[in-house]
Design a protein around this ligand. Structure first.
Ligand code: GLU
Length: 420
């Protein structure tokens, strides 16, 4: 049999297979499976963009609401040139499970625009964001669907989205997006929340395996919103971060990279490449680093059938959404590598998004210490619940987490009943 690669199978195939496996274990009937597999609502929009030179380019954007049985849709907006409808569908489904698993009262949604943001000016990105927001405005809102940042978007994007939506409504609507700047109703601790959550779970896993964080080794793939903070917090906990990468390249240092100095270097140069005292390595070498902990924190499908055998980490904590293909998941599972799935590991972002939305709805703001304490508490409890569920039923952590989430969503469906 030939091995499959990411080019043959899509992330949506993987997401659907995970659901099918969970449905089978839970013993849910076929009609329930069919309802949970289908996105409830999808919008595909054309985004005409006036470039700075006066020409017009037509972009494509999407918003998919996979499920809203437990509450409003929730999930990020991605600006990336690989965005397509199937990817957004998969990411929306994962958001449904993530929100259910962490027990935040949301369904799952995701949005995206097919664009490479690095090739556009800030003024152009603002126009894209505003037009995209106005196109999807009929299906978003604090009680309908609440976007947030994802790859290629940030708090500035959220401020533009919130402003565009509010202008259309005639009043300021803080709760329509999360991940906003602090000056505009953003939450303390939101920017670092995903990274903090990744590290909270990583510490729990190391403890579970009897590995002391002090002196344990880690590799982090991706040095953006998630990877950079994760590397910093891991180093603060005493781990040696021996290898990191970003889109431009990768570096290593056997004694552990000096994270504060590396962050200052990245702020200055825009990349980890060339960091004084480090050795240049390939991106694949980061994934194959001989470490206790590997955190893939960039994009989907980076570990696949072609390179899973090369992974030498004892534990993988998925900072990104879907960094392991289904094949890689199986190969690593058979080899006994412990994989903490994305819907648990990177849920810190949406947990603090929830806190931001609660604060916006109450107009009452918490301190950063309060936010961080509540975040770590939620993450560690979710980790423990998933571990118990997996151990009792002899399931992988991913399957356990998916089963727990699917069951919660199904319960909500069941008690609501089918209309009409
Ligand atoms: N984009 C993040 C994720 O994939 C955050 C979503 C949110 O805060 O709504 O979980």
């Amino acid at each position: 049999m030939t091995t499959t690669t990411r080019t043959e199978r899509t992330v949506l195939d993987d997401a659907r297979d995970q659901l099918a496996e969970a449905v089978k274990i839970l013993g849910l009937p076929a009609d329930v499976h069919a309802m949970l597999a289908e996105p409830r609502r999808e919008l595909s929009v054309s985004i005409p963009l006036r470039r700075d030179d006066g020409s017009i380019e037509v972009l494509r954007g999407y918003r998919v609401q996979h499920n809203y049985s437990r509450g409003p849709g929730k999930g990020g907006v991605r600006f990336d040139d690989a965005v397509d409808l199937d990817e957004v569908r998969a990411l929306a489904m994962w958001m449904t499970w993530k929100c259910a698993l962490l027990d935040v009262p949301y369904g799952g949604a995701k949005g995206g625009v097919r664009i490479d943001p690095r090739r556009y000016s800030i003024a152009e990105l603002e126009r894209v964001t505003r037009r995209y927001t106005s196109e999807i405005a009929p299906i978003i809102g604090p009680e309908i669907d609440i976007p947030a940042p994802d790859i290629g978007t940030d708090e500035r994007t959220m401020a533009w989205m919130m402003d565009t939506y509010s202008v259309g409504r005639g009043h300021t609507v803080l709760g329509v997006v999360t991940g906003k700047p602090i000056a505009l109703g953003g939450s303390q601790g939101r920017a670092a929340a995903t990274s903090r959550g990744v590290v909270a779970v990583s510490l729990e896993v190391l403890h579970h395996l009897g590995i002391r964080p002090e002196g344990a080794t880690a590799a982090v793939q991706g040095f953006g919103k998630v990877g950079r903070g994760a590397a910093r917090f891991l180093a603060e906990e005493g781990l040696r971060v021996v290898a990191v990468s970003d889109v431009d390249g990768a570096i290593s240092h056997p004694d552990g990279l000096d994270l504060p100095a590396l962050e200052a270097y990245v702020d200055e140069t825009g990349s980890v490449v060339g960091f004084p005292g480090s050795s240049p390595i390939s991106g694949e070498e980061v994934l194959a680093a001989e470490v206790d902990l590997l955190v893939p924190a960039a994009v989907e499908g980076v570990i696949h059938a072609g390179n899973a055998e090369a992974v030498r980490a004892r534990v993988i904590v998925e900072g990104a959404n879907g960094p392991l293909s289904a094949d890689a998941d199986r190969i690593l599972g058979e080899r006994g590598v412990l994989v903490v799935p994305d819907i648990l590991a990177n849920a810190g972002g949406v947990v603090v998004s929830y806190f931001e939305w609660v604060q916006a709805n109450q107009s009452y703001w918490w301190t950063e210490a309060e936010v961080n304490e509540k975040l770590v508490d939620r993450m560690t409890h979710a980790w423990r619940d998933v571990l118990v569920y997996a151990t009792e039923r002899h399931l992988s952590l991913r399957l356990a987490a998916t089963c727990m989430a699917v069951e919660r969503v199904w319960r909500a469906h069941e008690v609501r009943g089918l209309y009409p």
